[in-house]
Design a protein around this ligand. Structure first.
Ligand code: RIB
Length: 310
């Protein structure tokens, strides 16, 4: 079992399932509302833990019932949440998610709330956990100073670092320097690479070349129906997705990142880790919710045997 430290967001998700996405100014009657655990950091920590990693989560919530939901979840699945800080002034983050009932695709609007108030000094309190981790994982749903501090400590101890640049937003350029894996989806990759879009493998290859030029060691891109694409400038790995009926794609990228990080922490090579991540993320889209949809290691192993061997 490897040890992972995830620094990032917890968000309370409010998801509605709808027959169609509303146009500007239009109202659409939805089928139902579901409340669930979300936030990219928390979803990634959940996936890492369910994969089997010893998982520490650094984040910040408000002083409200949503925070209690988060803590109960971490207790239940065994995530170390001693570094989940509480803001007395700012509420827990909330996401409003619209999910297309037929296609499973989503549109998300996030109020990051307390996540934005996480401080570098709070990150420093977890320095010993960072020092003893195998892999560090973070995203862009908190704030730049916290991300930079987490990366500074990771570099100080020579850790394997994964940066998931989501949601895409301007960050100081040094966040990409020397990072082992930068893991954008296709839209994030297009922004990072300065391209109009990334719609196929040729685009992905070009985008990766441009992202590598920003100073990271490898790019691992998720491409939706095209699967994923990895390159470190010399090797290329392309893993197609597993064939499933998607009911809700919320958090699939997070599950991919958490599983990849956990598999790397366990010592798997890049290709095997990507294949595990593909299976775990593929299964997650067959279920509603974000953290709630993350499958177990046993389910992931079964999918691996079915889809990845031979
Ligand atoms: O990546 C999916 C997540 O993004 C959701 O769970 C939502 O909380 C938003 O942060």
């Amino acid at each position: 079992m490897g040890k992972i430290v995830v620094m990032g967001s917890f968000i309370q998700d409010m998801s509605v399932y709808t027959p169609a996405f509303p146009l500007d100014g239009q109202s659409v009657i939805a089928y139902e509302l579901k409340m669930g655990l979300g936030g990219k950091g928390s979803n990634q920590a959940t996936a890492a833990r369910r994969f089997g990693a010893d998982t520490v989560f650094i984040g910040k919530v408000g002083s409200d019932v949503f925070a209690e939901n988060a803590r109960a979840h971490y207790r239940e699945i065994g995530i170390d949440s001693r570094y989940l800080f509480t803001s007395e002034d700012v509420s827990t983050g909330v996401a409003l998610i619209t999910i297309h009932k037929e296609r499973g695709e989503n549109r998300i609007v996030v109020v990051v709330g307390a996540n934005e108030t996480l401080t570098p000094e709070e990150i420093d309190q977890a320095e010993e956990e960072i020092r003893t981790a195998d892999v560090l994982l973070t995203q862009f749903e908190t704030n730049a100073p916290s991300v930079q501090e987490f990366l500074r400590l990771g570099r100080k101890y020579g850790k394997t670092i994964i940066v998931n640049p989501a949601p895409m937003q301007a960050m100081p350029e040094d966040v990409y320097q020397g990072i082992d894996y930068v893991t954008p989806n296709e839209t994030e990759a297009a922004v990072l690479a300065g391209m109009d879009e990334v719609k196929d493998l040729d685009d992905a290859r070009e985008a990766a070349r441009r992202i590598l030029a920003r100073g990271c060691k490898a790019v691992l891109m998720t491409l939706g129906y095209h699967g994923s694409f990895f390159t470190d400038g010399t090797r290329e790995i392309h893993v197609p997705p597993i064939k499933v009926k998607a009911v809700d794609t919320t958090g699939a990228g997070d599950t991919f990142n958490g599983a990849f990080a956990a598999a790397k922490a366990e010592g798997y090579d890049d290709e095997t880790a990507i294949r595990y991540a593909t299976c775990m993320a593929g299964l997650s889209v067959t279920r509603p919710g974000a953290a709630n949809s993350v499958p177990t290691r046993e389910e992931t192993e079964a999918a691996y045997r079915e889809h990845m061997n031979g």
